[in-house]
Design a protein around this ligand. Structure first.
Ligand SMILES: Nc1ncnc2c1ncn2[C@@H]1O[C@H](COP(=O)(O)OP(=O)(O)OP(=O)(O)O)[C@@H](O)[C@H]1O
Ligand SMILES: [Mg+2]
Length: 637
């Protein structure tokens, strides 16, 4: 077992641990959580022997094999596959020894070594490595390519594969999903669940942690606090404790009503019934978790952009790619203020290519591509942190964007993002991952964009900050496109999903569960037939126009009914909240007011029922509408 007793750990001028203790038992799966900069990565460095305690004791069973993800990958000539196999050190030693024994013609040694290799699964190592690589999104053809031919993000995946291949007793994972996408993340989730050793997992992704661990260690106020259960359970326990504090409670109430107004808005306006429902569920769950947000130190807000031209970007029949290699074809997408698009798609399908087109890094190869002169893009690239200048301070970064502003104003702004005092003035180099990501976000907000392109914006961010970002996005007025493996963020922020697949970008009908299913189906059909035709049929424009016009006509009466229902729901809700106010007045419960109280209560029951019925009717209509739309789409394509 791993024990830490009365530990003190100091880095730079910062005390990370003080009189902290912890025990982790063999075979347990532990989630290590806590705000950015509290010392989680430092704790792993301690376990790996890269740091030592300033006081106290630390012990680890001797002889334990520890696997962790290397943070750097040298530009090697060896193939990806061989590099991953290097993860099993014992295998490499035996392989080497066998080679020697064969040269020496030492029959005894050869037999012995074969036995040993067999015992550690040496004969299946190639296929195990290949399947890890496939799971992490490497196409079979790429597995033989040299390590140096892969980009930074893909090399991190190689390092992850190496760590997973290692037959370890203890696996240390520090935000392993940062370099993955939703597709590979589902795979990793499954892999870790079946891992037999002891696991310490740092992650800020609640869905991911919840699926994997059954114990939580929370780093807070220099202590290591242990909680039994998954992340949701941990939040509940903490929430209960906090709810007892009056101040915390009031803040929470305020936030809750803020959330409620979004629930209401989404309930009637979401364009897809299924999504509306799943968003409601997510919001309900979030509301339940809220008390622990009570001490959230961050508040983030996108100030109204200077202008909101419409459309921001217009695309018709656009194709885009690299050189003469076309990646996406026939892209038809207009971005208008208020658009909230989640981009889904498998690895390498072209999500980043689309984002690069929009951000101006790539030019369209053909088609109509118009941007409004008033377009102001805020771009958060996936590996954005690499663009920070490590020797510059947060203030210097901001001053470059805002040379004409008073220093005090800039410092106040940075203070709002947790960069106070010295921290605003010190070089960003030793900042933790989350601290750097927070700075990048602050710089983004400062620019008042009207089009947000967010490519994995939550990487490195702790849960408080993710929460702050999610809330800020709720009231963002411009258009946004998000690529993210953070299901929570997607559910709460997007009202439409687009799927990038087989060279095309099309609207995806359904929620994230449907998408998961789609991924599974797609993987299955990959196994059966490789050549699903992706040639887009020459479309008969006239027929398409006619069908669409007919559809509009057929849908119009249904949509009118829906509008009526929405109005009715609005009225019901307003009246209900009036009734709630009356019920909050204690005088209503006086004996003289008995008749009135009864009347209020029965009106409330009636209205609640009417509201529910109206909602059901709305949803049924929506299903009809979607079915009709789908049948027309099927005829067109
Ligand atoms: N070499 C160093 N010199 C000075 N300060 C350091 C050094 N290394 C880390 N720190 C500081 O120690 C604190 C803890 O860093 P650490 O990377 O362990 O945090 P973390 O909990 O992993 O955060 P995150 O969730 O953002 O990854 C941070 O505030 C960081 O700025
Ligand atoms: Mg860290």
């Amino acid at each position: 077992m791993i024990t830490i007793t009365q530990a003190q750990l100091i880095r730079g001028s910062k005390t990370l641990l003080d009189e902290a203790s912890l025990t982790i038992y063999p075979g347990h799966k532990v989630g290590l959580v806590g705000a950015n900069g509290t010392g989680k990565s430092s704790l792993l460095a301690l376990i790996l022997g890269h740091l030592s305690l300033d006081k106290g004791e630390f012990s680890l069973p001797s002889g334990w094999q520890i696997a962790s993800v290397a943070q750097e990958t040298p530009a090697l000539d060896v193939s990806a596959l061989e590099y991953v196999i290097d993860g099993d050190k014992e295998y490499r030693q035996l392989e080497q020894a066998l080679h020697q024994a064969q040269q020496d013609n030492d029959g005894n040694a050869i037999a012995l070594l074969h036995g040993k290799l067999d015992a550690i699964g040496g004969y299946t190592i190639q296929s195990r490595a290949a399947s890890l690589l496939a799971g992490l999104g490497f196409a079979e053809a790429d597995q033989q390519n040299p390590v140096k031919s892969f980009s930074g993000g893909w090399r991190m995946r190689l390092n992850l594969a190496q760590a997973l291949l290692c037959r370890s007793d203890l696996l240390l994972l520090d935000e392993p999903t940062n370099h993955l996408d939703l597709d590979t993340m589902y795979w990793l989730e499954g892999w870790i669940k079946s891992y037999q050793g002891t696991l310490i997992l740092i992650s800020h992704d609640r869905d991911f942690i919840d699926a994997i661990v059954d114990e939580i260690v929370h780093v807070e106020h220099h202590k290591l606090n242990y909680y039994k259960g998954n992340y949701s359970a941990f939040e509940r326990i903490r929430a209960e404790r906090m709810a007892q504090q009056q101040v915390a409670y009031e803040r929470q109430q305020k936030e809750r009503s803020h959330m409620q107004s979004f629930v209401d808005r989404f309930r009637y306006k979401a364009s897809k019934a299924k999504q509306a429902q799943s968003r409601l569920k997510a919001l309900e769950r979030m509301t339940e978790l809220l008390p622990s947000k009570a001490d959230s130190p961050f508040y983030m807000e996108f100030k109204a952009p200077d202008a909101l031209p419409n459309p921001l970007v217009k695309m018709e029949q656009v194709s885009v790619g690299y050189g003469d290699k076309v990646i996406l074809n026939h892209v038809h997408l207009n971005l208008v203020p208020g658009a909230r698009i989640g981009l889904l798609g498998r690895n390498g399908a072209g999500k980043s290519t689309l984002i690069k087109l929009l951000s101006g890094q790539l030019q369209p190869l053909s088609g109509i591509y118009e941007t409004n002169p008033g377009l102001n893009i805020g771009y958060f690239a996936q590996h954005q942190l690499e663009f920070l200048r490590l020797d510059d301070s947060p203030l210097q970064h901001l001053m470059r964007l805002a040379p004409n502003h008073r220093e005090q104003e800039l410092r106040d702004f940075l203070g709002g993002y947790g960069f106070n005092g010295d921290m605003a003035l010190s070089p960003v180099r030793p900042f933790s991952g989350g601290e750097k990501a927070r700075l990048v976000l602050a710089l983004l907000v400062w620019q008042r964009p009207n089009l947000l392109l967010l490519d994995e914006p939550t990487n490195h961010l702790d849960l408080e900050m993710r929460h702050a970002l999610t809330m800020a996005l709720q009231s963002f007025e411009g258009a946004m496109i998000i690529v993210s493996h953070d299901r929570h963020l997607l559910r709460l922020s997007c009202s439409d999903y687009y799927l990038v697949d087989q060279g095309e970008v099309r609207s995806f009908d359904g929620d994230l569960d449907d998408y998961h299913q789609w991924l599974l189906d797609a993987a299955k059909s990959d196994n059966h037939s490789d050549g699903v035709s992706d040639a887009s049929p020459a479309q008969d424009k006239k027929l398409q126009k006619r069908l669409e016009a007919e559809l509009r006509q057929k849908l119009s009466p249904l949509k009118k009914v829906q509008a009526k229902l929405e109005k009715q729901q609005q009225e019901c809700s307003e009246r209900l909240s009036e009734l709630e106010n009356m019920l909050a007045d204690t005088s209503l419960y006086d004996a003289d007011n008995k008749a009135k109280l009864t009347a209020v209560l029965s009106e409330r029951t009636e209205l609640t029922q009417a509201l529910e019925e109206s909602e059901m009717e709305w949803l049924e209509l929506q299903e009809q509408i979607e079915a009709m739309e789908q049948s027309v789409t099927a005829q067109i394509t």
